[in-house]
Ligand binder design. Structure first.
Ligand code: NAD
Length: 286
């Protein structure tokens, strides 16, 4: 450990169980000497295992629905009281789409659900930033990070309305990052993470195949949740003070690839193993 967060205080949203990216970030932040509070929705606290994490990190869990401005205000107020002052870092590790859950395809969305997807997965980030700024709850050179996915830039089969939420999330990081940086020297970034087997990740149809594909396509392989946590820690540390308004890919190089040797091998193999007419037709066409 490097004591990278010694003396720093923070708030971590989104630890549900020990597969959650936020869980790993909390463990790493604890190792690096930070003091922080954990938060999640009341139902996630009840159904998940976050109390166990709080015990291990010698902290507490404050319930908050990230779509509720009132809850976020209460969260910052209580956090500052418990931690003894303003915070230095905030992790937004929140995502949920009722349309994905109900398996409604992108061309048959339920608009109430769509609104919920956007509110939970994107607008909540704006709410956290706006409340923090109004309450002046983040120290100068503080760092706010949210987790994103490459579906914000590229269309990926079955990612559905979460793609729109991630595009908005990344835009909020830039728009708020400008204002917060200019006025309070607070930096705001998103990390675009590889597909990862968490509770939210498992909700994406075909996640196993997707993870295999991105693993084959990425020169360094997929980034794990633990490795993502390491990256978050660097962004919370003083070693990245001038990094802001960025969407930073943590994906083993996937985002810069078009086709890899490994993926091409597997692709060609699929033609050898399958004799269906349609595939033959496309094979002949090259
Ligand atoms: N797993 C992946 O493949 C992957 C890839 C890229 C980005 N991400 C992003 O990483 C973040 C964390 O997801 P994860 O993969 O660790 O899954 P996870 O299911 O462990 O975490 C998602 C969290 O969001 C919380 N949440 C949902 N609604 C909320 C609300 N209204 N208020 C507060 N919290 C709420 C859940 O309780 C849960 O703790 C999400 O933004 C997700 O989109 C995940």
């Amino acid at each position: 450990m490097y004591n990278l967060l010694k003396g720093k205080k923070g708030i971590i949203f989104g630890a549900l169980n020990n597969r959650s990216i936020a869980w790993k970030v909390a463990e790493r932040a604890n190792d690096e000497g930070a003091k922080f509070v954990l938060t999640n929705t009341p139902v996630s606290i009840r159904l998940g295992e976050v109390d166990e994490l709080a015990k291990n990190c010698n902290t507490i869990v404050i319930p908050a629905d990230a779509t509720s401005v009132k809850d976020i205000e209460n969260l910052f107020q209580q956090s500052m009281e418990i931690l003894g002052g303003k915070v230095d870092f905030v992790l937004h590790s929140i995502g949920m789409s009722p349309n994905v859950r109900k398996k409604l395809p992108y061309d048959n969305l339920d608009y109430e659900y769509y609104h919920k997807t956007m509110d939970i997965s994107a607008f909540s980030f704006h709410k956290v930033l706006q409340v923090a700024k109004k309450m002046d709850a983040i120290n100068e050179w503080g760092s706010v990070v949210a987790l994103s996915y490459i579906a914000a830039q590229r269309t990926l089969f079955e990612y559905n309305d979460m793609a729109d939420a991630k595009a908005a999330l990344e835009s909020i990081a830039r728009s708020f990052g400008y204002i917060y940086g200019r006025e309070k020297k607070v930096r705001v970034n998103t990390i675009s993470q590889s597909p990862t087997l968490t509770t939210a990740g498992s909700g994406v149809k075909g996640i196993d195949g997707l993870m295999d594909f991105t693993e084959r396509m990425s020169p360094l392989g997929n980034g794990s949740a633990d490795e993502c946590a390491d990256f978050c820690i660097t962004l919370f540390s003083d070693l990245t003070k001038k990094v802001t308004m960025q969407n930073l890919f943590h994906d083993g190089g996937f985002s810069s690839m078009g086709m890899s040797q490994q993926a091409m091998l597997q692709y060609n193999k699929s033609f050898d193993e399958c004799d269906c007419d349609l595939v033959e037709k496309y094979k002949l066409k090259g």
